[in-house]
Design a protein around this ligand. Structure first.
Ligand code: G16
Length: 547
């Protein structure tokens, strides 16, 4: 055995079950003795000892220390090559692209995505497979089981000295650690997908004004190189562009509540024709038209799918969305006579469909849209997709959205989040509701002042993978009505403390295209409260965030 490798005896932690996208906890939880090392040891064993790993993250607080600890555990375990971006900073889409490009066996991505950062904020870690996609449920469950029974982790006796601020290759025992450029590989991939000269000729040098809010997350360097240097956008129009460990106090969640700087500037400056905000790790996006016109993520997905020909010469082989996402894209699939797959929440479920070439476009209500170029959602790809569509059509975002509604009808959608609720009470609410909805006793009952909400179907949604026929049960409690409305309720799998209830409302209209969401959903929200008893169990009459 290598004399520089020691086994460190540890107590196992019992709370390391990954959620929707990796293990996310408060920074203070990760700072407990051996907490991170234990989990990395479990990843390494669960993932069958990957010999070549990409390691980086969204730059949040605790990441530099975490990278050093992870290099130590990986090298001690016999990992032969670790590729780390300069300063450790790597967007989640760029990580997926890099794993695929250099044929790594996998990647360890340090991110808590849209969750706040800083010493009192959140930290996260997830493992992506060789295809660049987040580890599927089977693997994350295996990692959890290993973590619960761990008695030791491997460590180097002498900690290596590695500077992440310079390109270099270090030899750590048998392991090579390469510090590389975080942007160039991803920029090259983007350059192969989009017509950059065309975008430059129509957008660059002030021909089309865009405003980009990086929310002090990872996206500043990517936006500056791809949007400014390659396409010619004005650097001053990329705001909150320095990656900061606490995101400068911002909550890097690109929605109307938290992307305030973008929304305000768009409302006050009519010369800005398009705006986009990214989250902490650059996979989510919120797109806005002139004046701050908001396009819902479900509509954004459907419109990109319907106009895929503006981006690619190939047509999409199929589409996918998560169950909680509005069915706007289903209507596009029907028109194009293409398959539409409905998956549970979590990007990991799209990986297998993309690998088997069943789909080319997929997305979720949580501001995530992506394509087959990588195996993560991709904020900058969505930005360039929208720009390509607007340039091709010679129309602004608002006009394109209105055209889409005129052709397909409008899928109204709203999500209500009740954050940091009591976990035990939420579980009781889910248990009671599940009994009611699986029991089907509501079917045929009518709700609403005019009784026009008649229940057509209820249950707890279950996913059967069309690839391996594996079954993932309990992916959302739902009530559907005969008037094409429905609501879905589930608990978030990305929060770090307490429970977050997510209530998703959907409705559809062929003629009524201009109503505001609040009015449209007034009745359905009251019905959802009555059936789910959210106010009773959560103690809240109002959500914390509406998107
Ligand atoms: C992750 C997943 C997404 C999911 C989102 C919200 O995104 O990759 O698939 O939609 O969480 O999940 P939940 O509703 O369980 O909180 P991200 O951007 O946080 O990595």
């Amino acid at each position: 055995m290598d004399s520089n490798v020691i086994d460190v005896a540890v107590q196992a932690y019992q709370d390391q079950r990954p959620g929707t996208s990796g293990l996310r906890k408060k920074v203070t939880v990760f700072q407990q003795p051996n907490y991170l090392e234990n989990f990395v040891q479990a990843i390494y064993e669960g993932a069958k000892r990957p010999r070549f790993v990409v390691l980086g993250g969204d730059g949040r607080y605790f990441m530099p220390e975490a990278i050093m600890k992870i290099i130590n555990v990986l090298a001690a375990n016999g990992c032969l090559k670790i590729v780390v971006p300069m300063n450790g900073i790597l967007s989640t889409p760029a990580a997926s692209a890099l794993i695929r490009r250099i044929s790594a066996a996998g990647g360890i991505i340090l991110t808590a995505s849209h969750n706040p950062g800083g010493p009192d904020g959140d930290f996260g870690i997830k493992y992506n497979n060789a295809n660049g996609a987040p580890a599927e449920e089977k693997l994350t469950e295996e990692i959890y089981q290993i973590s619960k029974n761990l008695t030791s982790y491997k460590s180097l006796f002498k900690t290596p000295k590695i500077e992440l601020s310079k390109y270099n290759v270090y030899q750590v025992g048998e392991t090579k650690v390469a510090v590389v450029d975080p942007v160039s590989n991803y920029a090259e991939l983007i350059g192969m997908i989009f017509d950059i000269p065309k975008l430059k000729s129509k957008i660059g040098l002030g021909k089309f004004n865009i405003l980009v809010d990086c929310m002090n997350g990872v996206m500043g360097p990517y936006a500056k190189i791809i949007l400014c240097r390659l396409i010619g956008c004005d650097e001053k129009m990329v705001i909150n562009s320095t990656p900061l460990p606490d995101f400068g106090g911002l909550h890097p969640d690109p929605n109307l509540t938290y992307a305030k700087d973008l929304v305000e500037r768009m409302k006050n400056d009519p010369s800005i024709q398009f705006g986009i905000a990214f989250d902490g790790d650059g996979d989510r996006n919120m797109a806005l038209g002139a004046g701050g016109f908001f396009v819902s993520p479900g509509d954004s997905l459907a419109i990109i799918a319907n106009n895929f020909h503006c981006i690619s010469k190939k047509s999409s082989r199929g589409f996918a969305r998560s169950f909680a996402t509005s069915p706007a894209i289903d209507r596009v699939a029907a028109k194009q006579d293409k398959p539409i797959f409905v998956t549970p929440t979590g990007w990991k479920y799209f990986g297998a469909l993309l690998d088997r070439c069943r789909i080319d476009i997929c997305g979720e209500e949580s501001f995530g849209i992506g394509s087959n170029h990588i195996r993560e959602k991709d904020g900058l790809w969505a930005c360039l997709a929208w720009l390509s569509i607007m340039i091709d059509k010679g129309k602004g975002l608002k006009e394109i959205v209105h055209d889409h509604w005129a052709e397909f009808g409008r899928d109204y959608f709203r999500r209500y989040d009740y954050e940091n609720c009591d976990s035990a009470k939420c579980q009781s609410m889910l248990d009671e509701l599940e009994t009611l909805l699986v029991g089907k006793s509501l079917v045929g009952k009518k709700f609403g002042t005019n009784q026009d909400y008649e229940v057509s179907e209820t249950g707890n949604w279950e996913y059967v993978s069309p690839i391996d026929y594996s079954v993932t049960p309990k992916q959302g409690l739902y009530v559907k009505f005969t008037n094409e409305s429905r609501f879905v309720l589930r608990l978030s799998g990305t929060g770090s403390s307490g429970a977050t209830i997510r209530l998703y409302l959907n409705g559809y209209s062929r003629e009524n295209l201009e109503e505001d969401n609040e009015t449209f959903f007034k009745e359905l929200l009251a019905i959802a409260y009555q059936i789910t008893k959210i106010p009773e169990y959560s103690g809240r009459n109002e959500p914390d965030v509406i998107t």
